[in-house]
Design a protein around this ligand. Structure first.
Ligand code: NPQ
Ligand code: MG
Length: 369
């Protein structure tokens, strides 16, 4: 395709309840959308960066800058753009994977809509529905946490993930385990809040019989995760650290991670995400699809990815109403703890452009050649 224009929309999505992690508390999702127009049709992509550089170094204003001034010009200059050509086309720009992934999603959506192919089919999905888990934020009290968890259990979620940090770990985990029973799937996510000297403390989570502990240490500190994995029973799972297929293989081979969280935004797109999936399957490493509080646009694509054969653990691909009272697309609804994989062309969902306009935080940025 020939890319004709890219419009960047910044939308403020109110959250149904504040979401607190070890790195901060969010009451609204400040989301960047990419609307791409080409000679063969249009596509939408969602950028997973947050408004501040706290989950990773990327953030919305930075993504707008790098897309407008560095990535979009590469797209406009290319005679023929396809999703498969983007890795090579974007090599002049180092890093900025979330910005690249948002453009890749829009290119893929346009390409697949034009050929009448779904994301699921294109990526290699083998399921028509996916098991869903839910990520539960740090709460104001253990009683409030137990109430929130009970609500998700009642809604049918097949796995609970608790956000933890120093001072909010052993006791909340113990109480939630007691509430949901010994066989319920439970895991924790620290978002890098601990350091190597906390290894003995993290070992005290072992009796909770967790599926995994996600990213306790710094993104760049693979060695401490190796040490933790050797010291405790709970499987270690990396999230923030896994930025490429190379890092994934390195972390697996060093024994830093025995399960991998795959987020397309973090790794530069759906094609790199599939490459990591394939590398993990080859090495017998289970994967699951992470979440970044996506609207229906990113959620639709994530659900398609989560239908690949190596995604054997429930993901953070929750229903729309976990985060939003009203979604930017038709809502994703949990049925028996699962979401249906969209099968229409492209992402298979329709963007509600009236809401994109109504909830805009800034004037759209139109970029063209
Ligand atoms: C994680 N997600 O697995 C992330 C962290 C996260 C569902 O737990 C704005 C932008 C808010 C990015 C909140 C879940 C965010 C964000 C949480 C990422 O580590
Ligand atoms: Mg995480």
């Amino acid at each position: 395709m020939k890319v004709e224009s890219i419009t960047l929309h910044r939308v403020g999505m109110p959250l149904v309840r504040p979401f607190e992690t070890s790195f901060g508390r969010e009451t609204a999702r400040d989301v960047l959308l990419v609307h791409l127009v080409s000679d063969t049709g249009e596509g939408w992509g969602e950028c997973v960066a947050g408004s501040s550089p706290s989950y990773s170094s990327e953030y919305v204003d930075g993504c707008v800058q790098v897309i407008e001034h560095h990535l979009a010009p590469l797209l406009f200059r290319a005679a023929d753009v396809s999703a498969g050509s983007l890795a090579a086309l974007f090599t002049p720009v180092v890093g900025h994977r979330m910005a690249k992934a948002a453009l890749e999603a829009a290119v893929l959506d346009a390409e697949l809509r034009a050929s009448g192919t779904s994301f699921a089919r294109y990526l290699g999905a083998v399921r028509t529905e996916v098991d869903c888990g839910v990520s539960v934020g740090i709460s104001t009290s253990i009683d409030d946490l137990l109430d929130e968890v009970q609500g998700y259990v009642d809604a049918g979620y097949r796995r609970i993930k608790l956000k933890i940090k120093p001072g909010w770990d052993l006791e909340p985990v113990r109480r939630v385990r007691e509430r949901i029973g010994p066989d319920a799937a439970l895991q924790v996510d620290a978002n890098t809040a601990y350091s190597r000297r906390d290894i003995p403390h993290l070992g005290e989570l072992d009796p909770a019989n967790l599926l995994l502990i996600e990213q306790p240490f710094d993104e760049e500190d693979i060695a401490s995760h190796v040490a933790l994995a050797a010291a405790i029973e709970t499987p270690v799972c990396l999230d923030e650290s896994i930025v490429s297929v190379g890092v994934a293989i390195d972390a697996i081979e060093r024994g830093a991670t025995s399960i991998v969280n795959i987020k397309p935004g973090r790794v530069g797109g759906y094609l790199p995400a599939v490459a990591i999936h394939d590398a993990c399957v080859e090495r017998g490493i289970p994967v699951w699809c992470g979440g970044m509080l996506e609207t229906g646009i990113g959620r639709a694509m994530n659900v398609a990815l989560a239908a690949l054969p190596g995604f054997t653990l429930p993901g953070d691909t929750s229903a729309s109403d976990r985060y939003y009272a009203e979604d930017l697309t038709e809502p994703f609804v949990l049925v028996d703890g699962r979401l249906r994989v969209p099968d229409g062309p492209g992402s298979g969902v329709t963007v509600r452009t009236d809401l994109v306009r109504a909830w805009a935080l800034a004037a759209p940025v139109l970029v063209r050649s």
